[in-house]
Design a protein around this ligand. Structure first.
Ligand code: ZN
Length: 297
């Protein structure tokens, strides 16, 4: 069993196997993202929703390969990118983490304005040569609605997605989480109607999570009177794929003259990982070794 205080994702299916649903609590994931990227209230909420959405999408692939969610908006936040896999590992970043906007008239974080009009792209099986890719125009910039639209339009799978991040004004991430419900085809009209009502009754995922509602309890609310069973429970965490070794390989793929130039100016090479903000430093001696390796290729 997973630790009930930590983040985890639960996958479930209705007894007639026509409806699948996933729910996740991602509070610590978003806290870690905030810590690493030094995000504002606005950029924490936006990045948090994309991270949470990618965890849900990543958990629907049978393979352990990585999935990417990319939101390219014209708003001040710029692009937001997150990658996740079936094992609950997720990493991601927002292009302009320092952007802040006033709350909306209803007192909500204005994620839609931060993102602006643009496009949402989902790429699956990133590790393969030809990853699957589909994209849609953003219809709201709130991410949850955009993912709903993506599944319905691009994958022809009627779905409902809810994503939420609650950030207090002192920048503490109070709660984060999300759910996705999908009709696999052949579901009874009555069941679909009931499901719609249940989904509509959930006004705010982050409020429920802040109240202490667990992912499996979120599923209880989504399925309501419909019978379902839990298929799997997975811990989720912010975890990057970068390493010193991989970064070294990257340096090795640079043109020799570029590396030589950096070395003569700075006497060392520093590479920062965009996804987790970790910085890798290669001092002169090691950087010269890499340069020799490039030149002897
Ligand atoms: Zn990294």
């Amino acid at each position: 069993m997973t630790d009930n205080d930590g983040d985890y994702l639960v996958r479930a299916i209705s007894s007639d196997r026509q409806i699948r649903a996933l729910a996740v609590r991602s509070t610590d994931v978003v806290r870690e993202a905030k810590r690493r990227h030094n995000t504002t209230v606005l950029s924490t909420a936006a990045l948090g929703r994309v991270l949470t959405g990618s965890l849900l999408v990543g958990a629907m692939l049978k393979s352990g390969l990585w999935t990417e969610l990319r939101v390219e908006g014209e708003g001040p936040l710029g692009s937001i990118l997150a990658e996740a896999n079936l094992h609950g590992q997720v990493r991601g970043y927002v292009q302009n983490p320092g952007v802040e906007l006033p709350l909306t008239d209803e007192g909500k974080i204005d994620v839609a304005r931060g993102i602006g009009p643009g496009k949402l792209t989902v790429r699956k099986n990133l590790d393969l040569k030809d990853p699957y890719e589909g994209s849609v125009e953003l219809i709201s910039g709130e991410i949850g609605e955009d993912l709903t639209y993506y599944f319905t339009q691009s994958e022809q799978t009627p779905s409902a997605v809810g994503l939420g991040v609650m950030v207090d004004s002192d920048l503490t991430v109070a709660a984060a989480g999300g759910f996705i419900v999908q009709l696999m085809g052949g579901a009874e009209d009555d069941a679909v109607k009931m499901l719609e009502e249940n989904v509509n009754r959930i006004h705010s995922v982050s409020e429920l999570i802040a109240e202490g509602i667990k992912p499996e309890e979120l599923l209880d609310r989504l399925f309501g009177d419909l019978r379902f069973r839990i298929l799997a429970e997975t811990e989720v965490e912010f975890r990057c794929r970068c390493s010193r070794e991989r970064t070294r390989e990257m340096v090795k793929s640079l043109p020799a003259e570029d590396l030589r130039e950096v070395l003569s100016e700075q006497k060392r090479v520093e590479i920062r990982c965009q996804f987790c903000n970790e910085s890798y430093e290669f001092l002169e001696e090691e950087a010269r070794e890499i340069l020799e390796e490039i030149e002897s290729q």
